[in-house]
Design a protein around this ligand. Sequence first.
Ligand code: NDP
Length: 364
Amino acid sequence: MANDGSRPVEWAGQAFSYLLHHPKNMESQSYAQAAHRSVQASAAPGGRSTARGVWDGPAPQGSSAPPTHAEDMAPTPADSQQSTVTLPGGSVMPLLGIGTYKLDSVEALHTALDAGYRHVDCASVYKNQELVGKGLADFIKEGRRGELFITTKIWNDEHAPEDARRSVLQSIAELGCQYADLVLIHWPHAWKAGTEEEDPSVTLQDTWGALERLVDEGHVRNLGVSNFSLGQIEDLLSWARIKPVVNQVELHPFLPQRKLVGGMLRKGLRAIAYSPLGHSKTDLLGHPVVEELAKELDVVPAQVLLRWNVQRGVGVIPKAGSAGHVRENADIFSFSLTYAQKAKLDALENGKRFVNSSWHNWED
Ligand code: NDP
């Protein structure tokens, strides 16, 4: 299974298998020392089981030096060809999808399907689902609906059970996709219809119950959330009859959210990265480290950024309107970042968010 690191983890004992961040109880802040000690411990007869395994997390904070093991410098074999993940329940989700926020060309969808995209990320609030539906129509008419993984989302003022139901059924009709593979609650906010005013009379239980009924009736295959914190996910998991399988959040090297992504994985949820290229800003795509790695790998900066996420098992849904960009972004499974290359990107973490809303306070 893919994870945040570059190599498979073979943990024995108490350690959990996704080391997405440097654990607080590690004695050393040095990758080289940690790796060295784990090799010694596993070689020693009777070595403590918690020390066995392969360090597979991102570079510890403050460490920019490349690891000293020769194997760490080699291209990473792990998961380089893995382009899908199986969700709890059995649906297969392609790790690469096309984002459709502000997408305004049917042609971009045709190019995406030709380039091999099978995952399409939509939302009622994007107000372009009929256009997206036009782009998918011929493919679906050919009897190939089953190859697609289509996501839609209910907007904040569609949380009342009858509104959630109407929204999802309307999205399915606009997209012409017969059923939705995944429906997400776009934000953890319930607003009164047609306003940006919180509606305390609508609970998450009400909304989720309406979505569960759509699954029961066969209109929807999987449920998930977006912009939820770990605490909100834990609450949802404690009472949901049908468990969420995805949380879609902003993820890129500036904002890796390791605690959230790792916590979600351990609870059975996959992360999908929105704005993986930096939301049409140049900060990330034009960052000198990203440009330098792109040159080194003979790819473009967008491919470096997308690869960084998929290599840790995170789905990506870059939006691209231009045919060239659509095609470039599809080619992220033919190369890997080495540990050292990934560590350079890990070191860019600065907590910067490109998507902020005045009405939302970020937790954890
Ligand atoms: P992205 O990070 O995907 O960036 C999109 C921008 O990158 C566009 O300007 C695009 O240009 C450009 N681009 C795409 N490919 C390349 C390339 N190869 N080289 C250079 N530039 C490139 O931003 P988004 O914010 O749109 O996020 C992606 C998707 O995530 C959205 O479309 C939406 O589906 C979802 N999303 C979900 C949110 C949520 O709350 N759940 C919030 C925000 C986004 P061009 O179009 O000209 O090709």
